[in-house]
Design a protein around this ligand. Sequence first.
Ligand SMILES: *Cc1c(COP(=O)(O)O)cnc(C)c1O
Length: 463
Amino acid sequence: MHYISTRGSAPHLNFEDTMLTGLAKDGGLYVPETIPTLSPDEIRAMRALPYEEIAFRVMKPFIGDTFSDSDFQDIIEKAYAGFGHSALAPLVQLEQNHFLLELFHGPTLAFKDFAMQLIGQMFQVSLKRRGERVTIVGATSGDTGSAAIEAFRGLDAVDVFILFPDGRVSEVQRRQMTTPSEANVHALAVEGTFDDCQNRLKDMFNDFAFRDAVQLAGVNSINWARVLAQVVYYFSSAVSLGAPDRSISFTVPTGNFGDIFAGYIAKRMGLSIDKLVIATNQNDILHRCLTNGAYEQGTVLPSISPSMDIQISSNFERALFDAYERDGAAVAALMEEFSTTGRVSLSQGIMKTLKQHFTSGSASEAATLSTIKRIYAETGELLCPHSAIGVYVAEQNTESQSPMVTLATAHPAKFPSAVEQASGLHPPLPARMSDLYDRTERVTRIENDLSALEALIKERIAS
Ligand SMILES: *Cc1c(COP(=O)(O)O)cnc(C)c1O
């Protein structure tokens, strides 16, 4: 299995190097050269299997010979051992034909744990074998950083540094990043905004001397291994609702397009998926694009669903690559135009291809709050604001007769103030982490300055 870049001019890599590299050298994103398929019989055979076994069968064709079967089984077991629900990704019924896929039972209470826990274990096995160490640096507005720290804490082949904007993440998110006590974890509170954090991260990757000196590695959502891990729960949920003998639709609260793109891969692998519905908040670049064909950057409006507050959906480039019949030069030209003008318009042919798979909708702040309140009253299920956007958009989508599965991307206790504003209820943390507010915090405050950051990272990994 080889991986190629969406911009067509980076070297082809195997799975292991794709995972360790992240972004392709031509600025593109890696995708598999061909998408492996599973037959209806192979898919049917997944019914009633444990999540870990489904994960093995779905991901195995993509990893080639990077891990032996027994190593890969072991990696999967370890990745998901810390989840708080034995089904890992349980389905809850909201209405006659509408189900909620709860993806928030991992250690940091958001779906990002599914991918991050797995790549933590994969990095460790792979780096040990190569006799290498890496320095993972990430920038976060909250969920990605806490998931990365939780996944890499205590692994001896990795140091993990997370930059977050001081004072601008929720208290639960901050404590999840600052309370792990392992020496390889470094939470850095940067004096600045999330964009400042992300820009300093880009500067570090562009400082090739620094990059090589510390063996810099990235685990943001464009890493192919993260997308792959998310394909699994489309299979586990669809087979329990009757796939491949019945078609299933999914609605996905979307920011960077990683999670919903995993659904598209599941479909390409042969899973009977009818519609993939993109649900956005008021930052609706994708919804506008699907509606009028113009992919146009706006300014980010902060919302009560901060993990979906984006201007650019990085993983959308992977869907465009397929829509352009895998013409890397065409995608490179399109992305070049987008980065200089902030706008591209897609042809009718491209839009037609995209619409074969995707539809879209968006939810205002008011609709999000009233959905939290109403769904709690009707079903007893307390939704986080991101999941509420999904449920609202799914309900507007009356086109599909198939059972609808909405992805619940975070636990309500991760966003307690919005949930309380909507419902009057203060969502408690699950019992296994109820002492979060009593644990000691360890954090380094640092100015928004590249050389200060690089000096700190070098000093920490030397000691
Ligand atoms: C990251 C995140 C999203 C958006 O997922 P993408 O893969 O970026 O589209 C939605 N909800 C929550 C809670 C998240 O943490």
